[in-house]
Design a protein around this ligand. Structure first.
Ligand code: HEM
Length: 455
């Protein structure tokens, strides 16, 4: 029988929806019904906002790929992220976004995966050294472990220095509080309720993060001046070297800070979410772990790939990672705005409405997936059996798609190969995580696993 990992209970009584909407402050998943996984278009009537759920792949492509300028990111997304990310590309639109994205693309090309790979390896080695100090088979919070290693990796990729110890702890805690407060702020904003000090509190948390990252940027901003330094392999060097082909300008200190804050957030929060679920799922599937270990040892004697090519050759693992991203897409929905009146599947959609393209629903939609809630990684080994419609989009689609998809797949392969080379992962008996939707898809009480040293 197939393994069905946790999913939130669907709302049964739609009359409770209003109550559930208040629960939005806790998790956006609490407002989904059984029908949400069957319908092609959903309409949620809020007092002050018309909200449509887009599950029709034809419209998904139109919104994300064919006419993105007609459906920009929704202003509420900017509201949620602006204190932390400023004017970075994630939540902005138009010419401003276009310039920021041009510069970011240059920086990411500059810090090629091949150059960043050794930095990822150093972060994995630091994680393994820390695990060596823990008792064999003891309890472990996979979320905390994966947050630490992915934050360390992206920090090294940006600045070429590690993120460890008290600094790291302060940043994770601030980010976790910022997420919780922003989810609440968003719910209050949807109902135009007063902020009750939440706005000030979340800005305080954002400032902790921006001040720390700002100090790191300042060091590099002042020091990276020579041509030789500019050609350094990390992302901040790439951002300093980026030149706008349209007007020859370079990024200001504030623009670099906004970009780095985005890369830090987008570059670890999402990967940490996916890898925590990956650890949970592997902990429940011992045979699959053995198969992955064997695959990795076929590529490199110690089971740890020595270069980027080695990670790409771990086909079985790459299929597992894709299935993890299908079941638990870290970014659960993408909010867009209708800039003019539309008619979608025969339904009038007024200008200003919020349109939600929803990977969480599309990836489990009853119409396109067989056994949609089951963990079946092998489906990604047989391309012919996959849906051809635009219903699998963990990294988004079109011009706003993720710039870090390759980076994320690379670090995922390297981290899991390191872990499996020395440990067997097991789940906690009788314990199942609860799934919640916040900035990313997370467990409500961490993810508990045990690591047993291989003999
Ligand atoms: C498993 C890991 C990851 C997932 C699932 C993920 C997912 C996504 C998605 C879905 C979007 C587009 C959202 C939308 O269209 O509304 C996005 C955008 C973005 N991601 Fe990722 N991401 C991951 C890792 C990373 C990493 C490692 C980096 C950087 C090192 C990164 C940097 C970005 C940036 C900068 C954007 C904004 C692009 C723009 O708006 O132009 N992401 N990501």
């Amino acid at each position: 029988m197939s393994f069905i990992p946790p999913r939130p209970a669907a709302l049964q009584d739609v009359r409770l929806r209003w109550w559930r909407f208040l629960r939005f402050a806790h998790s956006w998943m609490d407002v989904l019904t059984q029908r949400s996984y069957l319908m092609l278009l959903g309409h949620v009537r809020l007092p002050l906002l018309k909200l449509f759920i887009i599950n029709d792949p034809v419209w998904v492509e139109r919104i994300l790929v064919q006419e993105p300028a007609r459906f920009p990111k929704h202003r509420l997304m900017n509201y949620a992220l602006e204190p932390l990310l400023g004017g970075s590309p994630f939540a902005t639109n138009g010419d401003h976004w276009r310039r920021q994205r041009r510069m970011l693309d240059q920086a990411m090309t500059h810090a090629r995966l091949g150059l960043v790979f050794p930095l990822m390896g150093q972060a994995c080695a630091a994680m393994m050294a820390q695990l060596d100090t823990l008792p064999d088979g003891g309890d472990l919070d996979a979320e905390a472990l994966m947050t630490a290693v992915t934050a360390d990796i992206v920090f090294r990729a940006i600045f070429s220095v590690p993120l460890l110890g008290a600094d790291a702890q302060r940043l994770y805690e601030a980010l976790s509080r910022y997420q919780r407060l922003s989810q609440r702020a968003l719910a209050l904003r949807l109902f135009r309720l007063p902020g009750f000090g939440i706005e000030r509190a979340r800005r305080r948390q954002a400032a902790i993060i921006r001040n720390h990252i700002g100090a790191c940027v300042d060091q590099r901003f002042d020091n990276v001046t020579t041509e030789q330094e500019r050609s350094g392999a990390d992302i901040v060097a790439g951002l300093r070297a980026a030149v706008d082909p349209q007007d020859g300008s370079t990024l200001t200190r504030l623009e670099v800070l906004d970009q780095v804050c985005l890369l830090f957030l987008a570059g670890h929060e999402t990967s940490a979410s996916a890898l925590s679920w990956c650890m949970y799922l592997l902990g429940e599937c011992g045979d699959l772990q053995d198969a992955l270990r064997e695959e990795a040892r076929g590529i490199s004697a110690d089971g740890i790939p020595a270069d980027t090519g080695g990670v790409w050759r771990m086909q079985r693992f790459n299929a597992v990672f894709k299935e993890v991203l299908r079941l638990y897409p870290p970014v659960g929905y993408f909010p867009r705005e209708a800039t003019q009146d539309e008619v979608i599947r025969g339904v009038p959609v007024p200008k200003g409405s919020e349109l939600l393209v929803f990977p969480w629903l599309l990836h489990r939609h009853r119409r396109w997936w067989t056994e949609p809630d089951a963990f079946l990684p092998d489906r990604f080994l047989h391309r012919d059996a996959l849906p051809t419609e635009a219903v699998y989009l963990p990294f988004g689609l079109g011009e706003r798609a993720c710039v870090g998809a390759g980076f994320a797949a690379m670090e995922a392969g390297l981290i899991m190969a390191n872990l499996l080379s020395r440990y067997r992962i097991s789940g906690e008996p009788q314990w199942r995580p609860g799934v919640v939707g916040r900035l990313t898809v997370r467990s409500d009480k961490g993810i508990r696993v045990r690591l047993h040293r291989l003999t």
